[in-house]
Design a protein around this ligand. Structure first.
Ligand code: NI
Length: 188
């Protein structure tokens, strides 16, 4: 297993729709193993394949719910069904999200409180997971990555100047920027 560099906003693979997985082979197993290792090292609660430069419809997640239930897995070719998304202002602390591809910053965003993800695992067995709260948020965030969107693309307009300024100051928003978990001192 290998920890892979995480690409940053501006790398084209993050900003296009990822491709369906059609071949379930040893290479795919190794890719997913690397995704788990990279996610854990970052550390993050989720990682989408485009974030390590691979434009495929795969994400991993690892999250402990408030009741102690540990959730960890991979979803390949996911489909997401969402509950309603509130039109209210997001809570600046409780609903602040971060992303390993825009590392070190957090911005608030409303998400659906409930989400159901379906897809397959590495053996092509069907998966169906019903999530709520922060766990549902993780699925929405990772699923967006597979459609070429970062959470910062979805923020209310009041935050967009900040995002632009950070992007400029950090030298992001161009192709070729990445960081290596365990080596570079960045957190998402
Ligand atoms: Ni992200």
């Amino acid at each position: 297993m290998t920890i892979r560099p995480i690409v940053i906003k501006g790398n084209p693979v993050l900003h296009r729709r990822a491709d369906e997985v059609t071949v379930f082979d040893q290479d795919l197993r190794e890719l997913v193993a690397d995704m788990f290792e990279t996610m854990d090292k970052a550390p993050g609660v989720g990682l989408a394949a485009p974030q390590i430069g691979v434009g495929k419809r795969i994400f991993t997640y690892t999250y402990t719910e408030d009741d102690g239930t540990h959730r960890r897995g991979v979803v390949i070719n996911p489909v997401l069904e969402l509950g309603p998304i509130s039109e209210e202002e997001p809570d600046i602390e409780e609903e602040a999200e971060g992303c390993l591809s825009f590392p070190g910053y957090r911005f608030p965003l409303k998400r659906a409180e409930v989400a159901t993800v379906t897809g397959v695992d590495l053996e092509q067995n069907p998966i169906k997971i019903e999530a709520s709260g922060w766990f549902a948020r993780i699925f929405q965030h990772e699923f967006d990555h597979l459609n070429g969107f970062l959470y910062i693309d979805k923020l209310r307009s009041e935050w967009l100047d900040d995002v632009e300024e950070i992007t400029k100051d950090e030298g992001w928003g161009v192709d070729g920027k990445s960081w290596l978990p365990g080596q570079d001192n960045l957190e998402g």
